[in-house]
Design a protein. Structure first.
Ligand code: AMP
Length: 581
């Protein structure tokens, strides 16, 4: 197929913003394309060479693109660079440069879609010594044969910005119209959601029509488009909408789709980037926890404090996106996978099965470990129970709730009312540090064996001369401080909870309330577990410090009764709330 025929359609697409016109132009195009090139036509239209999950990247640095263009057109490199800066679009730079070209090989022939795709793929795949030269040669070879307008789109694929304004769903729409009817769009969409390969879907349609979809199945190694959630502004509405449903922690991390078979584990992001090398700890964790043959699991990677098991703010793991320093990051901030869905197990496609079945499959597939856990959930239609669970989630570092319809299938790629997220309608910020008293401790594990994993901290309530708990504190200690702690607290150790300590949590060790530490937290939240301010805001909840961190400052200048009071915690809670408009 002549590349010029494709480019003509691209120009039309670029000239309109009307979706129906786009669909019309694409539908005509798809009907005309021979079935053996349709795959490539679709990828190129997406600005790609292969389905996204194959991660085919051009691997051409800006400098190299400039060099290739200069080489192919005879323009000085500096000129190409200036024009790029001026025009902001490499495609237009190439087009103009070719219009003014001074040199051209004599053996120029019209470009075909196949040749364009082949050469671009060659560029992407060239590796090792001399590969940059090879990439430049392949691009120059295309530019030699290209007309100016063809060069525009070739360069846009190279830099990854097609600028056609064509969304994947527009192509889905056009495919349905070209090979079936527009009412068949859902079937085409489903095929795409499951295979994540629009080029492949197009080829099947062109060759065998809708009946070809029978052969599209989930495959380990081929990512499925993620199911997404709707949002409601209140818990009442969530419970009303779904009735009895599964309420889960909504973890604040990074979505991960894990593809597991006996030979390999591959982790995909929601956008199909391969994350395997960034999260070797998750891979290892899965290897240890997984006890089936093969599966596709959905979950959230969340940074955690291995000593306390507490979740850390997501930002802590964001820098893992950088490729380097992964080893260091694993040591400093390990990540746990909170698994919440099972799309396939041992070769069986579970997408259409009710959520409860998929959850049961997940429970069969995984043995819970420190590194791999099941998303915590309750099943209820009781509003009060839902509220208590929500408060627990927030206090423990979750973002809110995900409510899931018990009978719902996994709706790949779509945002539906079977998953509803409920986050808080306010944001809170703790402007000040608090000074809290050590009343108990929890034993450390792993690197912290022999010392404490976390300390149980309390605020002072002068009204009944009691120390009421507000958080478990495990972050912010350097090693020296940490290992000096048992000695420092030795004399305060008590066999039982001090009568003045009011705690619902069972600590491993108890101390006489005496030592005061300065603690920084993200905010004060309602908590069903802590006793400070219990009943002050809500009858069945106390208050807690979320994401507490030791600032490094021992408040030796303060006695335990001079620590932050419960009344202050209550007023901090009240003053930090800001409605999100
Ligand atoms: P949002 O990004 O705010 O639209 O919320 C959806 C995201 O929440 C999903 O893509 C997941 O990354 C994340 N998430 C966290 N916990 C869960 C859970 N238990 N079930 C589903 N998604 C979750």
């Amino acid at each position: 197929m002549r590349f010029a025929d494709l480019v003509e359609v691209y120009e039309r697409l670029e000239a309109t913003t009307k979706r129906l016109e786009m669909i019309g132009a694409l539908t005509d195009l798809l009907r005309r394309v021979p079935s053996n090139v349709i795959r490539r036509v679709v990828y190129l239209t997406q600005g790609d060479l292969a389905p996204g999950f194959r991660n085919v990247k051009m691997g051409l640095a800006e400098k190299m693109v400039i060099r290739a263009l200069a080489f192919a057109t005879g323009l000085p490199r500096a000129d190409v660079e200036t024009r790029w800066k001026e025009l902001g679009d490499m495609g237009t730079v190439a087009e103009r440069a070719l219009e003014a070209r001074t040199q051209r090989k004599l053996t120029s022939a019209p470009l075909t879609v196949e040749k364009v795709h082949d050469n671009l793929l060659g560029i992407a795949q060239a590796a090792g010594t001399g590969s940059q030269e090879e990439k430049i040669r392949l691009l120059a070879d295309l530019l030699n044969d290209a007309t100016p307008v063809e060069a525009r789109y070739i360069l846009r694929v190279v830099v990854g910005k097609m600028r056609l304004g064509v969304a994947d769903m527009t192509i889905v729409d056009a495919l349905a119209r070209a090979f079936a009817t527009k009412e068949d769009k859902p079937a085409v969409e489903r095929a795409y959601n499951v295979s994540s390969d629009l080029g492949g879907v197009a080829e099947i349609l062109a060759e065998s029509g809708l009946s070809g979809f029978r052969d599209i199945h989930l495959r380990v190694g081929v990512p499925v488009r993620s199911m997404l959630a709707e949002r409601l502004p209140s818990l009442e509405q969530v419970v009303e909408k779904l009735g009895r449903s599964a309420l889960e922690f909504k973890y604040d991390g990074l979505r991960i789709q894990a593809h597991i078979d006996p030979d390999e584990i591959v982790l995909y992001s929601r956008r199909f980037d391969v994350l395997t090398s960034q999260f070797p700890d998750v891979v290892e964790g899965l290897r240890d926890a997984f006890r089936a043959e093969s599966a596709i699991l959905d979950g959230e990677a969340v940074p955690i404090d291995m000593n306390t098991g507490a979740f850390l703010p997501f930002q802590e793991v964001a820098h893992r996106r950088r490729k380097y320093g992964v080893q260091e990051a694993i040591q400093r901030i390990p990540v746990a996978l909170m698994a919440f869905d099972c799309l396939a197990l041992n070769g069986e496609d579970l997408l259409e099965r009710p959520y409860t079945d998929r959850r049961a499959a997940l429970e069969r597939a995984l043995r819970e470990t420190e590194r791999v856990r099941l998303a915590e959930q309750i099943v209820t239609d009781d509003l009060e129970e839902a509220r208590r669970f929500f408060e627990k989630v927030i206090e423990q570092g979750g973002e809110g709730l995900m409510a899931k319809g018990l009978a719902s299938p996994y709706e790949a790629g779509s945002r539906g009312w079977q998953w509803i997220k409920y986050k808080r309608d306010y944001k809170a910020e703790l402007a000040d540090t608090v000074d809290l008293v050590i009343v108990g401790s929890f034993a450390g594990r792993g690197r912290r064996a022999g010392t404490y994993g976390a300390l149980l901290m309390a605020a002072y309530d002068p009204e009944d001369d009691a120390f009421k708990t507000v958080c478990k504190l495990g972050s912010g200690f350097d090693d020296a401080t940490l290992f000096a702690l048992p000695k420092r607290l030795q004399d305060l150790h008590q066999d039982q909870k001090d009568p003045r300590v009011d705690s619902q949590l069972e600590a491993d060790d108890w101390f006489e309330p005496a030592v005061v530490l300065e603690v920084l937290g993200a905010e004060i939240t309602l908590s069903p577990m802590h006793t400070a301010g219990f009943g002050a805001i809500r009858p069945d909840a106390g208050l807690a410090v979320r994401f507490p961190r030791f600032t490094g400052r021992w408040r030796d200048d303060k006695g335990p009764r001079e620590a932050t009071s419960v009344a202050e915690i209550i007023s901090l809670y009240r003053s930090q709330l800001k409605q999100i408009s």
